[in-house]
Design a binder for this molecule. Sequence first.
Ligand code: RTP
Ligand code: MG
Length: 140
Amino acid sequence: MAVEHTFSILKPDVTRRNLTGAVNAMIEKAGLRIVAQKRIKMSRAQAEEFYGVHKERPFFGELVEMMTSAPVVVQVLEGENAILKYRDVMGATNPEKADAGTIRKEFALSMGENSAHGSDAPETAKQEIAQFFKPDEIVG
Ligand code: RTP
Ligand code: MG
């Protein structure tokens, strides 16, 4: 199995409740290494670009509002099969459907305020990482 990089965001509901360390503990316990990390306030333009794939969806406006409502922590995670592994660690988009022990089951407040983002495929991981990090900011 290949060592991969995936892109992660700890969303505003996490920073607002001071849960960055608690979520990071779950990430590290799962064997993923945080090889880049910064806390930023996402601009509207950044959020619109990041979630551009959803721009026709009814929840798009609400999603952009939520992502810009408080700081987020953007990260690059490294590990074997990191993309799928992190999706498993996050749990289902709807926290009511997320398995026990996942980030979203433990911490998410709702379908919108669902605590974490993780890339869904190698191509999107590459694009998303490049939107927020320069290559020399990633220290594996
Ligand atoms: P993400 O992209 O954030 O990792 O989440 P995901 O793949 O599990 O879900 P996706 O379908 O890509 O949706 C992106 C984010 O939009 C918000 N959302 N709200 N109100 C709603 O019905 C609704 N549906 C999605 C969530 O914050 C979701 O993570
Ligand atoms: Mg998604």
